[in-house]
Design a protein around this ligand. Sequence first.
Ligand code: NAD
Length: 498
Amino acid sequence: MPSIFTHKFDTATYKGPVAVNTGLFINNKFVDGSDKTTIDLINPYTGQIITKISEGTAKDVDIAVEAAEKAYNTAWGLKAPGAARSKCLNKLAALMEEAAEEIAALETLCNGGSYLVNKGWSVPFAADIIKYYAGWADKIHGQVVETDERKLNYTRHEPIGVVVRWQSTVIMFAMKIGPALAAGNTIVLKPSEMTPLSALRVCMMVEEAGFPPGVLNVVTGYGTTVGAAISSHMKIDKVAFTGSTAVGRKIMEAAARSNLKNVTLELGGKSPNIIFNDADLDQAVKWAAHGIFFNQGQVCFAGSRIYVQSGIYDEFLAKFTERTKMNKLGDPFSADVYQGPQISPIQADRIMDYVNSGKEQGAKVHLGGERQEGNFVTPTIFTETKPNMKIVQEEIFGPVSVVIKFEDRDATDVVRQANDTIYGLAAAVFTQNLTQAIEVGHALKAGTIWVNCYNELSPGMPFGGYKQSGLGRELGSYALEHYVNVKAMHVNLAIKTE
Ligand code: NAD
């Protein structure tokens, strides 16, 4: 039997207990992995082992898929009306809200992000996403297409079947399960091997929320074993992956080689943030800092390339630097800490490799660029960069920004530079000239454009990438389209007279 991780938090911001089952979750039960091996979870702030979780294998993926297939055919899929699916999703969201502090604490323990942000924003937003899709569950339907008096033509939007989703945070968990379950699919979910506890805590609510066994299954484990088994599985009809572009490519290749499963990908980014002379400077500084330094810079849509028009460049840089210096690093459970540790020593090393490459290629470290004990990288501002430098082109996934001066009045050149990476996840424009904001927003090749703000998301607004930032969309009604098969029904009403 898998064990239960219990812990009594005694931090500045959370003092309650937590209890979470650390097994695989299949058929509404926690079970050991078939090899009975485990994975150590490491606290990124202390470096200590938090607990052990079950390590799933390819065999466990088979077992979970079998459970999901059975649930799809007997209790969910076309067997559960939309209203019933809606009720389960709404109940799950309510249970998540009740346990918000515990889920947030588990999230912070594993990923080092601020507890207060997780409690005040991540968990409530995750619950909102699930409620949003609960609202859709009984409104997913096809169309009647008028063609000919002797024919009845209509479409049905049927769930796809067993789908698989990858997840690393509680928000992604909600983004992944919401539309898939609302549309009637059953799920096998693979959380990140570093941050699975919030997902496992939510699994403890699944039965109480009313989901039949097998509808939502979670297999924890490594990407090279569980992940690879999923992407090449013959009975999985769809995969939705969130992670790096390099792994996204592997998943697509495996899908192509196996059963041509439907794939959606939410991948990396190198998002540009363009600030014009006429922007409200203080607001631009505030949002730009939030855009790159939020969550230790470990955000796929982080605004890591900041283009500032020459008329305000010096003033912007001075204020941006001053603000960045105020970002306090430390224990993510402290109320005044803005930046916690990077997720792992490997990730902190990776970021430092980029910092060093920036220096070697001739960029100037204007602020930060240091590794500190406890997986910290100080918030970093590079200036004097060149467009082809690695720190300008590649995703760093850390608190590292490049601030680039641009001159052109009509924005053609800055838009060209902004579009000049392999990515296209998000972008922002700061100006008080609405016409310019819209023109530039339309010219930028990115799936999300923010005007005079950054990092804003809404359950109803689609999110996803252009170019190598991904395929398909999360959130909004757009996400639902990835979870239904459209069936065209041609009924001949004149069979007796023809
Ligand atoms: P990663 O690609 O290293 O890992 C993601 C997942 O892939 C993990 O769960 C891992 O177990 C699995 N994996 C690894 N190798 C695999 C394989 N061969 N087959 C199948 N699965 C495999 O990414 P990460 O470090 O977890 O996250 C950082 C990346 O994710 C960044 O590039 C970031 O931009 C991106 N991201 C994108 C979004 C988005 O919505 N676009 C959101 C968050 C993160």
